[in-house]
Design a protein around this ligand. Structure first.
Ligand code: GAR
Length: 194
């Protein structure tokens, strides 16, 4: 892993598959004066990902990756990251699992945001499972990506209280609002060693 300190601004690539609201929050935070990173590239496995509108709005380079063949897709990812001198990859609602081979080959750190208080509720449908289990809290976690799904070292977490009569939809929205604050904070933690 290259050391991130000492470099002026870190080039980040954000990987998305859907709405891209976390992508947007990373862009907005990157525009702040003291920001240590610049969003250089967005990668999506879907042409229809709604979040791609933020690439147009904020003039960020985008690359759509065809995932019909995963090996080819990951080869293209490697080329794009190298071409754009990416120092840090941020997964933000990217619904493809990176192979161990790609994780090893990537010369940069990879982080992910996950909608649960890891190590609880890895995988999908996290809030519904938390509701079904009558948990008191759900939340979100930013963590390093490792070879095991949703299991890398935790950088930051935020708890969100589950309310009486909560629905999955309402809980998802409340946690998402916290994700938008947590992801930039987690990047600051990595980049400033805060
Ligand atoms: C977010 O809640 C993110 O934590 C989750 O997908 C949503 C994407 O929203 N990620 C995962 O579930 C990854 N396993 P967004 O596209 O609006 O940022």
């Amino acid at each position: 892993m290259p050391k991130l300190t000492g470099i002026k601004k870190i080039n980040i690539a954000v990987f998305i598959s859907g709405n891209g609201s976390n992508f947007k929050s990373l862009i907005i935070n990157s525009l702040k004066k003291k920001s240590k990173y610049e969003v250089k590239l967005v990668i999506s496995n879907k042409t229809s990902a709604k979040g791609l509108k933020y690439a147009r709005k904020f003039k960020i380079k985008k690359k759509i990756i065809n995932y019909l063949n995963k090996k080819d897709a990951e080869k293209t990812i490697l080329v794009e990251l190298k071409k754009n001198k990416i120092d840090l990859v941020c997964l933000a609602g990217f619904m493809k699992i990176l192979s161990n081979n790609l994780i090893k080959k990537l010369k940069c750190q990879i982080v992910n945001i996950h909608p649960s208080l890891l190590p609880k509720y890895k995988g999908l449908n996290t809030h519904q499972r938390a509701l079904n289990n009558k948990e008191k809290y759900s939340g979100c976690t930013v963590h390093y990506v490792s070879s095991k799904l949703d299991s890398g070292k935790i950088i930051l977490q935020k708890k969100v209280k589950i309310l009486k009569n909560d629905t999955c939809d309402r809980l998802t929205k409340r946690v998402l609002r916290q994700e938008h604050l947590l992801y930039p904070r987690a990047l600051n933690k990595i980049l400033f060693n805060l």
